[in-house]
Design a protein around this ligand. Structure first.
Ligand code: FPP
Ligand code: K
Ligand code: ZN
Length: 447
């Protein structure tokens, strides 16, 4: 093999710069060109840090054991420079646990450590802070609740003060239908998605507490006005922004679509509150060649974490376009290149000593490890809804998802590299979400 020749089995689309290039040189174009040049040796499978083995499609194997080793390290001590991560402690737990779950490692063995870590972060006024002595935040509470679901068991579920959580959520609910992320904090679609995740998994009452400010504005429930709020976040580009009037971004698109899908069936609720053709167009534009990876917004670079934030939107949209469960019309099929995304993830995002990253040249971290693997898992499975729900009390659609391993012909990964599948809305294993919901359904909260 001569020095710059790609390995056999790789289509030219993934080994050469695009045929049509913008003649206008701007800082944006320079950065894009530098990025694709950086990715090309990895896509060709010839970068000297890639140890392989490579399969017949020229794709490197998933470095499973190295990633597991990296994740164990990610739960140990950090040098002083990482002090800013002290506000993301439930996230560090969540990212590691969900990554372990995808890699087939049993999360329940971490139960005692997780309980000991999270217990002091819960505030008596409801919710979890991001670290000790910190005020409650929806992002930290989301990560804490999902981590408890993953370790499972009565002690983990019983740790949550649901009554205080419900009252706190009542204080975060805003008159325009959305949620603030913390008291006095910003209102955005992260808040909405985290809140609906917590409400539906913990089976909290939907009625607003009597002292909720949103009640004074005429709202009656925690979901009142929320689909309309999310609808106002769809922008002229077709994507979804963090709050009405700002720029569409992939991370917010996932939050908004997953939040809507918790409240209703995608084929109904997306049709009512989103311009679906515009959304499909914007989401499609997030994938770039030759990299194959996804960007978060227009004119920006591919980044491995959008394999989940953007890639994770596709199963939800595909479900919306396929219509009601059991619809016998031809399914829409795959609306993005699973091959391209798989090549980007396995070729460009794996750190050679374990952990996954944004792109070549960046350090691995547990956030990227989690969301790059989640994106890979999503591409490796077909997600669909059924007529039967695990929940009998509400949120029927949210608990009706199933998945089967994808047998698509353009699967370019090896069988041994298939990850476990995740619930497309809760981003934890299906069983973990279902068990938590059922446990709380069996103990209704009196308010
Ligand atoms: C831009 O960063 C990133 C954002 C505007 C959103 C970040 C939000 C998340 C990743 C997830 C939030 C979700 C929950 C559930 C809390 P950038 O400018 O560095 O990146 P870019 O160039 O790729 O846009
Ligand atoms: K980024
Ligand atoms: Zn990223």
């Amino acid at each position: 093999m001569s020095q710059n020749q790609p390995r056999p089995g790789i289509p030219a689309l993934f080994t050469q710069p695009p045929a049509i290039r913008d003649p206008l040189i701007t800082e944006t174009i320079d950065l894009q060109n530098a990025t694709l040049e950086k990715c090309l040796p990895f896509l060709k499978g010839i970068h000297n840090s890639q140890k392989g083995p490579f399969n017949a499609c020229g794709v490197p194997a998933l470095l499973r054991d190295d990633h597991v080793g990296y994740l164990y390290d990610s739960l140990e001590d950090y040098p002083a420079g990482f002090v800013a991560m002290d506000a993301s402690r439930p996230w560090m737990v969540y990212w590691a646990l969900v990554s372990f779950a995808m890699l087939g490692e049993d999360a329940s063995r971490f139960r005692e450590r997780v309980l000991a870590t999270l217990r002091p972060m819960q505030n008596p006024t409801g919710g979890f802070g991001g670290g000790h002595g910190q005020i409650s935040h929806l992002a930290g509470s989301y990560a804490a609740v999902l981590s408890l679901a993953m370790v499972g068991g009565e002690e983990a579920f019983g740790l949550v003060d649901r009554h205080a959580m419900w009252q706190w959520l009542g204080r975060l609910k805003q008159a325009d239908g959305g949620f603030r992320v913390c008291e006095g904090g910003e209102e955005d679609v992260r808040g909405a998605y985290c809140a609906m995740t917590i409400i539906s998994l913990l089976d909290l009452p939907l009625t607003l507490p009597l002292d909720s400010q949103a009640r004074l504005a005429g709202l009656e429930t925690l979901t009142h006005g929320l689909p309309q709020y999310l609808s106002r976040c769809q922008t002229f580009e077709g994507g979804i922004s963090g709050s009405p009037g700002s720029e569409a971004h992939g991370a917010y698109a996932f939050c908004a679509l997953a939040c809507l899908s918790i409240m209703g069936a995608p084929e109904e609720i997306f049709n009512r509150h989103m311009d679906i053709p515009m959304l499909v167009s914007w989401l499609s534009a997030r994938q770039s060649a030759p990299e194959g990876g996804l960007s978060g917004r227009t004119n920006k670079l591919v980044d491995g974490c959008y394999s989940h934030w953007v890639g994770g939107c596709w199963p939800l949209l595909e479900s919306a376009l396929n219509g009601k469960p059991g619809n016998t019309e031809t399914p829409v099929g795959s609306l993005f290149s699973r091959e391209g995304l798989t090549r980007y993830i396995l070729g460009c995002c794996q750190g050679h000593t374990g952990g996954l990253r944004d792109k070549p040249g960046k350090h691995v971290d547990s956030y990227h490890t989690c969301y790059v693997l989640a994106g890979l898992s999503a591409t490796q499975h077909n997600h669909y809804r059924t007529d039967s729900s695990v929940s009998s009390e509400g949120f029927a659609s949210a608990f009706s998802w199933k998945s089967t391993p994808s047998q698509a012909e353009d699967n370019v990964f090896d069988k041994a590299d298939r990850l476990e599948s995740l619930h497309p809305l809760y981003v934890i294993p299906h069983k973990a979400a279902e068990k938590m919901r059922l446990w709380f359904e069996a103990q209704p909260l009196d308010v």
